[in-house]
Design a protein around this ligand. Structure first.
Ligand code: NAD
Ligand code: WQD
Length: 352
């Protein structure tokens, strides 16, 4: 990467939601890049076991505080007792379907949680943040590949929380040149750390394609429903820009480096620039796992678009970042995680 750490005072990074899927992978990369992550999480969708595994991978202790972002006092106490240089903000609820049935839960947790975080940061003069946004903000984009300047049009409460938080961050930066915000719009994060020690551990039936396929391959689910076989794509199934979670994690290291240049507010797509169809992902996981993945084609899922993939060239030009893992790596690592941890982080099942 283009930017390197210069001195030790700049090392402490507060990571909200750092016990989660993308957060835990990013904590590994942070430690390996010489940063000191301080993780907070309310464990509403994760387990501290992920951070114990991070310690196994990196050989470093990870500082963890069980804090809910809605708890302004707890957050204030943390900023009082620890020197924090920058913040990487993953904490949030992320199910599109749940956000449609429980919009207030999503607006409250994601937006109020972020507002509390920003107010406490401002009070302690910590004014650098990397934010987990989503390709969901583009809604049904006018064209592919999707560039950062396309208009926003999220069609569900989850995506709207990302749109609104982006606007809040933009306004905050505009109000005070000391604030710097990097908005990272993730496409479809998949896969796991190559060690197979950390990965995605959905609490309920997976909403997302890849965990659903790997759980089907291992026999936890009977059959994959393929949502729509009549899209205008080569095989009729939906096309997405799947990105290896370790590549995504490295994008945060590049973003942290960029924050040192005081860039104000800027947004970046994190994707590979290449799309794969649902059936291409099924076939790749069948190959990686050697297991059959029974599937049936059903109706389209309401709200889905046919084709979505990134133009990731801005991240390469400005951050010096691009994705390196290919589709087979994503599927092999997803399978390694799934097969080594058939019940996710539920270590009562198998003690390793
Ligand atoms: P995740 O659920 O595994 O991680 C989010 C973490 O935030 C969890 O550990 C959860 O316990 C924690 N959290 C939620 N609300 C909190 C609160 N009020 N206080 C403290 N902790 C809280 O999800 P992930 O896939 O790792 O996603 C991380 C971020 O990236 C989220 O903001 C998500 O919206 C965004 N994102 C994810 C995807 C994806 O497909 N996984 C795509 C685009 C954007
Ligand atoms: C991928 C493809 C489905 C499940 C969502 C959010 C997005 C981001 C990533 C957070 C689509 C098809 C899926 C299944 C299927 N998350 N599919 N059967 O919808 O592209 O993006 O997660 O920010 O914002 O919207 O991801 O993994 O759900 O679906 O056929 O059981 O797989 O139709 O074509 P999606 P996904």
């Amino acid at each position: 990467y283009k930017y390197k750490m210069t001195n030790d005072n700049n090392k402490n990074i507060l990571v909200t939601g750092g016990a989660g899927y993308i957060g835990s992978h990013t904590v590994v990369e942070m430690i390996q890049a010489g940063y000191t992550p301080i993780v907070i999480d309310n464990l509403s969708n994760s387990s501290v076991e992920s951070l114990r595994r991070v310690q196994l991978i990196t050989g470093h202790e990870v500082e963890f505080h069980e804090i809910d972002l809605m708890d302004e006092q707890a957050l204030t106490n943390l900023f009082q007792t620890r020197t924090i240089n920058m913040v990487v903000h993953f904490a949030g609820l992320k199910s599109v379907s749940e956000s449609v049935s429980k919009p207030l839960k999503y607006y409250d947790n994601n937006i109020t949680g972020t507002l509390i975080l920003l107010k406490v940061m401002e009070r302690f003069n910590v004014k650098n943040i990397v934010f987990s946004s989503s390709a969901n903000v583009y809604g049904a984009a006018q064209k592919v590949p999707i560039t950062e300047d396309l208009p926003h049009g999220a069609t569900n409460p989850y995506g709207k929380t990302k749109m609104f938080i982006e606007a809040i961050l933009q306004d905050t930066c505009a109000s005070d040149p000391e604030w710097n915000c990097i908005l990272l719009r993730y496409f479809n994060p998949v896969g796991a750390h190559p060690s197979g020690l950390i990965g995605e551990d959905p609490r309920d039936i997976p909403n997302n394609l890849v965990p659903y396929i790997t759980q089907t391959a291992i026999g936890r689910r009977k059959v994959l429903s393929v949502f729509g076989g009549d899209y205008e794509t080569e095989d009729g199934t939906g096309v997405r820009d799947y990105i290896h979670v370790v590549d995504l994690a490295k994008g945060h290291i590049a973003a942290l480096g960029h924050l040192y240049t005081k860039p104000g507010c800027d947004a970046f797509n994190l994707g590979t620039g290449r799309g794969y169809s649902v059936l291409e992902m099924v076939e790749a996981i069948r190959r990686a796992s050697g297991r059959e993945v029974p599937y049936q084609i059903v109706d389209r899922r309401p709200g889905d678009v046919g084709v979505s993939y990134a133009d990731p060239s801005k991240a390469l030009e400005v951050l010096g970042w691009k994705a390196n893992y290919n589709q087979l790596d994503m599927c092999e690592h997803a399978w390694k995680w799934q097969s080594q941890n058939p019940n996710g982080y539920d270590i009562t099942a198998v003690e390793r």
